[in-house]
Design a protein around this ligand. Structure first.
Ligand code: SAM
Ligand code: SF4
Length: 328
């Protein structure tokens, strides 16, 4: 068997790279109210180090990379990293997850550097609520502009991720869904995950089955294939709709048995599972001059340690890092 497989024979071909733990928003479901202890700049992987790890991972079998954060676009010269990654032959898909606030400024150069597509977090269409959810001074209009520019430069399909929270934004489910009927909106509704130290407010949780019941007021949801990618979302559309609706169910129906991911944190640790605290440090060995073969062995050891599934349903919540440090 060629390629990278974990101990449960799952093929691992997707690396999510968090390029920073810094963010220009403080979303209530992601960032602790007081912010996080930021990693000092010297402990953040340089672009050359990220490139070295990505190339070793690609030689083992990784062919898809997603840049995330914190907010990846607050790191300077992100376009240069995209350019570097685009030169790795085996990597054929480079994407970005962003809050969209800076995308209007950078979308064109990112596309030119080799970025294929973007996922944008958008939890509300109401400007007052945007400020409440993001606890910020930035504006919803910046995100809407980012979406517009991303589409116009061809970072398609632009997928919009909404974390659905009871009593916060679940009243907008139908508004988001209606957008998929006449416009080419690809919306993905994500179940809220309780994350230690951030927001364990279980009362925010809305299950996908509950969301679906509410959405079917607009019409019957017909299953469809994703326009691109084979991630954890299950896709549907209303009859004759131009856009699609995806559901992501990390809590009510885990998708671990199909998980193909590894995560690299901004401080250089490889994390086999989003929702388990185990990590393998790559930064110190890299700075200590480890060989390419040694680096590959460390990547393989992280893959071998990938757990079969997470244990959110049994009440286990990762303790070590908030989501803003892992990248979702
Ligand atoms: N700043 C970028 C953004 O907001 O898209 C990238 C990083 S963010 C941590 C990545 C994804 O994680 C976002 O789509 C966000 O909605 C999701 N996320 C963060 N905390 C979450 C939670 N508690 N439950 C579900 N999704 C969460
Ligand atoms: Fe920042 Fe993204 Fe987390 Fe919001 S979800 S606080 S934008 S990292």
């Amino acid at each position: 068997m060629t390629g990278l497989y974990d101990s449960f024979q799952r093929p691992i071909n997707y690396l999510r790279i968090s390029v920073t733990d810094r963010c220009n928003l403080r979303c209530i479901y992601c960032m602790p109210a007081d912010g996080v202890q930021l990693t000092s700049h010297r402990d953040i992987l340089t672009y050359e180090e990220i490139y070295t790890i990505a190339r070793a991972a690609a030689e083992l079998g990784i062919n898809k990379v997603r840049l995330t954060g914190g907010e990846p676009l607050v790191r300077s010269r992100l376009t240069e990293l995209v350019q570097m990654l685009a030169q790795i032959d085996a990597i054929d898909d480079i994407s970005l997850t962003t809050n969209g606030t800076l995308l209007g400024r950078y979308a064109a150069e990112l596309k030119q550097a080799g970025l294929k597509r973007v996922n944008i977090s958008l939890d509300t269409l109401k400007s007052g609520k945007f400020k409440f959810i993001t606890r910020g001074s930035l504006n919803l209009d910046d995100v809407l502009e980012g979406i517009k520019v991303a589409r116009s430069v061809g970072l398609n399909p632009v997928k919009l991720n909404m974390v659905v929270m009871f009593g916060i934004n679940d009243d907008e489910l139908l508004d988001f869904a209606a957008k998929t009927i006449n416009e080419e909106w690809h919306v993905r509704f994500i179940e809220f995950m309780p994350i230690a130290g951030v927001c364990t407010t279980a009362s925010y949780f809305v299950s996908v089955s509950d969301m679906r019941k509410r959405l079917e007021l607009l019409g019957k949801l017909e299953p469809c294939l994703p326009s691109v990618g084979n991630g954890p979302a299950k896709y549907f559309r209303f009859p004759h709709a131009r856009g699609t609706i995806g559901f992501i169910t990390p809590v009510s129906e885990h998708f671990c048995f199909h998980c193909n991911r590894l995560r690299l944190t901004a401080d250089g640790r490889l994390r086999p599972c989003l929702l388990a605290d185990d990590e393998v440090d790559l930064k110190q060995p890299l700075r200590g001059g480890i060989s390419s073969a040694g680096l590959k062995q460390l990547i393989e050891s992280a893959v071998a340690d990938k757990p079969l599934r997470h244990h959110l349903a049994e009440g286990y919540v990762p303790k070590d890092r908030p989501m803003t440090q892992v990248g979702g």
